[in-house]
Write a protein that binds this ligand. Structure first.
Ligand SMILES: Nc1ncnc2c1ncn2[C@@H]1O[C@H](COP(=O)(O)OP(=O)(O)OP(=O)(O)O)[C@@H](O)[C@H]1O
Ligand SMILES: [Mg+2]
Length: 206
């Protein structure tokens, strides 16, 4: 079983988008996936409720649901969506269970400043210092033509953690979220550019 934590205390940085798409990716490859929703807003849980039954199954668990809902069989993958503002003991606890942490960050001064503090907090964690956990960054909603994208690239270069990929700002993410889908459930002809951008992330997780 592998546990991947998606975290950035900055609200709206793209955590749930990443978590739901990753869950869809692993499920599509035949993996047993548990999508863990640590957020009281329950966005990942709601996404799962919208997910069509015909698609590869993803189980969900949030703090409220019975532990039995996690099922009898051990999942191959635990994808953990974390809430905005997670810090302190909650962060330490979430890290305890994770092998990998993915930090999405958007090209904005506010997001980068908040993320800088979070990265400092991560570096202060023993598990990260001792390299028990691998941390990587992802640029989210990046429009390569903008000044903000250049600023983000400069920020990421100095972040001190590997940068896996930059995902563009695309409506297909919004559509997928609304329909309980991941990009990996959609016709490949619609997602070709996204798949190219996802590949380095998927390679890192392989
Ligand atoms: N690459 C993208 N292109 C377009 N829209 C995106 C992209 N990534 C995320 N979004 C949209 O941005 C919004 C915020 O994303 P998301 O909900 O994944 O962030 P979050 O970090 O989970 O937020 P919160 O901190 O509130 O839990 C959502 O409406 C989502 O659909
Ligand atoms: Mg969220």
């Amino acid at each position: 079983m592998k546990t991947i934590l998606i975290a950035n205390p900055k609200g709206g940085s793209g955590k749930t988008t990443l978590a739901t798409n990753l869950a869809g990716y692993f499920a599509g490859r035949g993996g047993r996936v548990l999508l863990v929703d640590l957020d009281r807003q329950r966005s990942a849980t709601d996404w799962l409720a919208r997910r069509p039954d015909a698609l590869p199954a993803i189980r969900g668990w949030n703090g409220q649901s019975d532990r039995k809902a996690m099922g009898e069989t051990r999942p191959d993958w635990l994808v953990v969506d974390s809430p905005a503002g997670m810090h302190g003991d909650k962060l330490t606890n979430a890290l305890k269970r994770a092998e990998r942490v993915i930090v999405p960050v958007q090209p904005s001064a506010f997001d980068m400043a908040a993320t800088r503090h979070f990265l400092d907090a991560l570096r202060a964690e023993k598990s990260v210092r001792k390299e028990k956990i691998e941390v990587a960054m992802i640029g989210m909603r990046v429009d390569a033509r903008t000044r903000a994208a250049a600023d983000l690239s400069a920020f990421l270069e100095e972040a001190g953690f590997p940068v896996l990929t930059l995902l563009r700002d695309a409506q297909i993410y919004v559509q997928a979220a609304g329909e309980g889908l991941s990009l990996f459930d959609m016709a490949p002809s619609r997602t070709a550019r996204e798949m190219e951008q996802w590949q380095p992330l998927l390679d890192w997780l392989a």
